[in-house]
Design a protein around this ligand. Structure first.
Ligand code: SAM
Length: 238
């Protein structure tokens, strides 16, 4: 159950600075507070999160993307408390180890049920990339509504993605792959990225090899099905 999860009322209500302290905007404090404390207080961050890893698990993808996209802020979102804490702990350790280069300041993880209130975390058109890596398959028909790809959720992904932004999907379950392709292809905001272009995208190799599930499937010599979808421009009003 996620009844204990807190959601921001809007993206600007999130305390982003606590997750990305190196990007915190420093602002002079109110006059009466200024004398007693240090004169600066973090209130926001200098640039928005641009890459989201939905159901990030233990963060393999997050930590592989961070040095490859050093100027983008990357957020892992995970529903399990202990797994989220593990990733947050690893973020702290990697930042400390790489303090000389400011490495991993651009990676963070929050606990969230991404099936709920995704637009409360991200503004319209904020994200450039959304990763859906090895989502739970929910094999049984009556469990399909628990899948993180559905017409309703795809509209939320479309809302938070900027035109030209990409939804990345990978799974070892062929049935789930077909489901994701079917549901994203029929959504008017998305078109599938052609295979030739897909294979040129550096993130595709990263999600095949750096996710925990990708590694597990590799060891078991299983199949990995990849599909990418581009966020289209909204049609102009007639
Ligand atoms: N993406 C990782 C990888 O490829 O190795 C983990 C894949 S694991 C099979 C699926 C993950 O999604 C689990 O860690 C699970 O807790 C998380 N998850 C499932 N439903 C979720 C939800 N509604 N919101 C956030 N995370 C969720």
């Amino acid at each position: 159950s996620d009844h204990s999860l807190a959601y921001p009322k809007s993206p600007s209500d999130m305390d982003w600075a606590s997750h990305y302290p190196a990007y915190a905007v420093k602002q002079p404090q109110e006059k009466d507070e200024a004398e007693s404390h240090d004169s600066e207080k973090a209130i926001a961050i200098t640039q928005p999160v641009e890459i989201a890893d939905i159901g990030c698990g233990f963060g393999g993808l997050l930590f592989a993307l961070a040095p490859r996209f050093p100027t983008s802020l990357i957020l892992g979102m995970e529903i399990r408390t202990s797994v989220t804490e593990y990733v947050q702990e690893k973020v702290r350790a990697l930042r400390a180890q790489n303090s000389a280069t400011s490495g991993f300041q651009n990676a963070a993880c929050i606990r969230a049920n991404t099936m709920k209130f995704l637009p409360n975390f991200f503004a319209k058109g904020q994200l450039a990339k959304i990763f859906l890596c090895f989502p739970d398959p929910h094999f049984k028909q009556r469990k399909h509504k628990a899948r993180i790809v559905s017409y309703t959720l795809n509209s939320e992904y479309a809302y938070v993605l900027k035109p030209g932004g990409i939804v990345y999907t990978i799974t070892d379950v062929e049935d789930l792959h077909k489901w994701m392709v079917e549901h994203l292809e029929k959504h008017p905001s998305f078109e599938r990225v052609r295979e030739e272009e897909q294979e040129k995208d550096e993130c595709v190799e990263i999600m095949r090899t750096e996710t925990e599930e990708g590694k597990k499937v590799e060891r078991n010599k299983g199949m990995k099905y990849v599909a990418l979808f581009r966020r289209l421009e909204d049609p102009a009003w007639p």
